[in-house]
Design a protein around this ligand. Sequence first.
Ligand code: DAH
Length: 341
Amino acid sequence: MRFDELERRYEEAQAALARAETPEALESWRTAWMGRKGAITALTRQIRDLPKEERPAFGQRINEVKAALEAAYEARAAEVKAEALAQELAEGAVDITLPGRPLNVGHLHLTTQTLREIYAIFERMGFEVYEAPEVELGYYNFDLLNIPPYHPARDMWDTFWVDDDLLLRTHTSPGQIRVMRERYPEPIRVILPGKVYRYEQITARSEHQFYQVEGLAVGRHITMSDLIGTLTEFTRMFYGEHRRTRVRGSYFPFTEPSIEIDTDCILCGGKGCPVCKYTGWLEIAGAGMVHPVVLQNGGYDPDEWSGFAFGLGVERPAMMKYGVKDIRLFYGNDLRFLRQF
Ligand code: DAH
């Protein structure tokens, strides 16, 4: 009878243990069955009510049952713990509601953005982009542009020489010769963007490397008004509809006549300020009608052909437009600067 009860209790305890799925349920199970007032402990106390000869066998069986339940409890506890951990991992380890870490996405450098703006404007006027080498023959950089070795104008463009013949170009103008030699006898309408170099003191206003955009148009009836019209239109599209321009006579060995084009100061609107040195005007390009000698060096007969050329800066217009005060920032690699554009 007692044995039957013991075995029944044993089974009940096992079944109850299998149903315990949380640490709290396990704890209650332990109290209910194995604790001081638990069901198994209660059976132990009944030993003394048994006839003497039955006591050892019953006692032994109870001890077996207790040990088995202890072991089952440990096993079940381990299982519950593992399940809880697995569930925690599945639900909580990766919180998909947290905002992600931002990816660092690069963007175009201010110079590139400005160049592209310039390309787009000239593209609308029918100019194509032509690229010429940065490492150039001195012959192309100077001689073919009507600057012979003895000419004092060479002093305007001191540069870095690679050897006796090769240099880092001081301007994009030698590209004019290269396009003409390649395109003759076609009419030409190109811009030549790129980096140029000067042996210069570096200051807030000048760097030893910077960008230029050269322009060249060669045709049969090209005149100074085409040049002025083109640059006026460029100024309006780049700086805004209401900008005024003015033309001054100037000198360049490769153009005749030569001019410089100014726009009214974008900062003070023409009243005069430190940026425009109180003149109210800012220079935006050197330009002129292509010198007959240069046309000839390019293969075009100056009696039949004429052309205009211009040279624009890139960083300075960008500085004007975006209020950048120091040209050195363009090559400073300071992300705080670069990210503003
Ligand atoms: N090459 C000149 C410079 O770097 C700029 C220039 C002036 C280019 C007049 C031209 C031009 O094509 O016609 O200072």
